[in-house]
Design a protein around this ligand. Structure first.
Ligand code: ADP
Ligand code: MG
Length: 291
């Protein structure tokens, strides 16, 4: 299921003295099966864009096409529930949304809302726990006795329980230590590869964009500043540093080597494996004598 924005504008509190325009004529496409990273400074409109992906918000102007459903300012709410099942959003700090007395019930809450039996819902929870890196022993525990990272995994399992086609993640690793960050990102990447989910990820971590994404959208002040493959976008280091968005560490290192030894990396390495592989070729060809 593709999601397409055409000239999407969004204004908060329109018609009041407090109105503020968050999105200006946005065009973008999230292709089925892609892993899209949405980046930009705080206030650039990332979370507002996300809320349009499952019609939690309707555009003030323009239109959003989600699969075969077109959403405009004037769209009725009919059928939106089905849409929200297909596009699951994990909001920032999702652990704040846990409320049931056991982990299993919390995960089963969404499916139950869609008429799935308690029994089936709990079976689903049992099946999902290992997928988010928790074992069965968590089923009967209270979500409030868990660590922050564990609570977040339970919240993510709750969204996965709806069997979405598109998984939308708003800064899912914010506040986690590097190890926790890697675990959570690897988990999403496995879901992307093994379950064929389309993923949309909001992040400030350019290393994660380089490692996982195959499509990148840069927002700035409510407009799309760049859109393309991370490899293309990271090639031009100038705009990245001028925007202070940060450069992936592999890219920074590759650029340093290019400058120092007049090397040329082609294609630009995005992961440490890609970098190591190309370095090995260059070194064994005697290009690195100065090293
Ligand atoms: P990001 O997720 O990139 O930080 P947001 O989508 O949250 O950006 O915000 C985009 C713009 O909309 C910002 O200028 C922000 O102040 C404004 N905004 C966000 N939420 C509201 C709201 N509920 N009411 C008014 N303005 C808002
Ligand atoms: Mg945000």
């Amino acid at each position: 299921m593709d999601i397409r924005f055409e000239e999407v504008g969004y204004t908060y509190q329109k018609g009041t003295p407090f109105q503020s325009r968050a999105l200006h004529d946005i065009d973008l496409t999230i292709e089925a099966g892609s892993f899209t990273a949405l980046v930009g400074h705080t206030g650039s409109g990332k979370s507002t864009v996300l809320q349009h992906l499952n019609a939690l918000k309707k555009p003030t102007s323009g239109q959003v096409t989600i699969g075969d459903r077109v959403i405009t300012h004037f769209s009725e709410d009919k059928g939106l529930k089905t849409l929200r099942k297909k596009v699951g959003i994990v909001f920032q700090f999702p652990e704040a949304q846990l409320f049931e007395e056991t982990v299993a019930k919390d995960i089963a809450f969404g499916p139950k809302n869609f008429g799935v039996s308690e029994e089936e819902g709990l079976a689903k929870a049992k099946e999902l726990l290992p997928l988010v890196g928790l074992d069965e022993s968590f089923m009967e525990r209270s979500p409030f006795d868990l660590s922050g990272g564990q609570m977040r995994r339970v919240a993510i399992a709750g969204v996965l329980a709806m069997e979405p086609e598109v998984l939308v993640l708003d800064e899912p690793t914010a506040g986690l230590d590097p190890q926790g960050r890697k675990e959570v990102m690897d988990m999403f990447y496995n879901l992307y590869q093994e379950q064929g989910l389309t993923v949309v990820l909001v992040t400030h971590q350019m290393d994660d964009v380089a490692t996982y994404a195959n499509h990148m959208i840069v927002l700035e002040k409510g407009t799309v500043m760049k859109e393309g493959h991370p490899r293309e976008l990271f090639k031009e280091a100038g705009w990245l540093s001028s925007m202070q968005l940060g450069v992936p560490s592999t890219v920074r290192f590759a650029h340093e080597l290019e400058e120092k030894f007049q090397w040329h990396f082609d294609p630009l390495p995005l992961t440490t494996d890609e970098l190591a592989e190309q370095m090995q070729v260059k070194l064994s060809a005697g290009e690195g004598d100065a090293l």
